[in-house]
Design a protein around this ligand. Structure first.
Ligand code: AP5
Length: 228
């Protein structure tokens, strides 16, 4: 983190976009570039499923079917995570909020701490390309670094660039049929938040169909501008 750019204030950034838009990929890069903390409700829910908690048991089937987990479960998990001290560095919300209820709850939570959303950045992509992106995705089983069969291969085949791990895994919901359900859930319940944040004057849009590095640069410019 020593070479991360320093922001003048702790940012609260939201990455909006359908499955495969690159929210996780770019959030991890923003962590590296700016010392921010990535909060992914998808990762938090998958951890709850793996740990077999009550919330995880309730979430598992919904996630495997490509639907949205209920707001009460997601909010409880997110609030726990936001109570940890590292979030004071500034946060990137990846996959949250996803419903109008979650957006209102986030506003209330931030208001309690005298904060507000700094920017909600919509990663704009073509749905059809997302099926290919998600089906080709895999992650390092040790550190979670994300890869893709075609677009982001490790420098040495079979070895994670970041931690040297050699075990990789694919998500249970990363198949074409479930991705189509997830896209539908996104358009029905999450895409309306783009207008919500536009009305609040904090919406930013970025074309997320280009190369990963180019999007990283564009996002960095947005983060510097909105945090000035
Ligand atoms: P979640 O884990 O949030 O999944 P998602 O939103 O479906 O998003 P993805 O992780 O699939 O995609 P991404 O945008 O992060 O793309 P990535 O960077 O990996 O949620 C999973 C489930 O949990 C939900 O379906 C729901 O059930 C539940 N859930 C989570 N949050 C919830 C909430 N708030 N409320 C209710 N339920 C919730 O990129 C994809 C691939 O493409 C990678 O392999 C990457 O290397 C590659 N790639 C990325 N960018 C590019 C590029 N520019 N060009 C080429 N390839 C690229």
């Amino acid at each position: 983190m020593s070479d991360a750019e320093t922001l003048t204030k702790a940012a609260v950034l939201i990455l909006l976009g359908p499955p495969g838009a690159g929210k996780g990929t770019q959030a991890r890069m923003l962590e590296e570039d700016f010392g921010l903390v990535q909060l992914s409700t998808g990762d938090l829910l998958r951890a709850a499923v793996a740990a077999g908690t009550e919330a995880g048991k309730r979430a598992k089937a919904v996630m495997e079917a490509g639907g949205l987990v209920s707001d009460d479960i997601v909010l409880a998990i997110l609030k726990d995570r936001m109570a940890q001290p590292d979030v004071a560095r500034g946060i990137i919300l990846d996959g949250f909020p996803r419903t109008a209820g979650q957006a209102a709850a986030l506003d209330a939570l931030l208001a309690e701490a005298g904060q507000r959303v700094t920017a909600a950045i919509s990663l704009e992509v073509d749905d059809e390309a997302m099926v290919g992106r998600v089906s080709g995705r895999y992650t390092c089983g040790t550190c979670g670094e994300g890869y893709h069969d075609e677009f982001k291969k490790p420098a040495v085949a079979g070895t994670c660039d970041k931690c040297g791990g050699t075990a990789f895994k694919r998500r249970a919901d990363d198949n074409a049929e479930t991705v189509r359900e997830r896209l539908k859930a996104y358009h029905d319940q999450t895409a309306p938040l783009i207008a919500y944040y536009d009305k609040l004057g904090v919406l930013e849009r970025i074309d997320a169909m280009g190369p990963i590095a180019q999007i990283r640069t564009g996002l960095g410019a947005i983060v510097n501008r909105v945090s000035a």
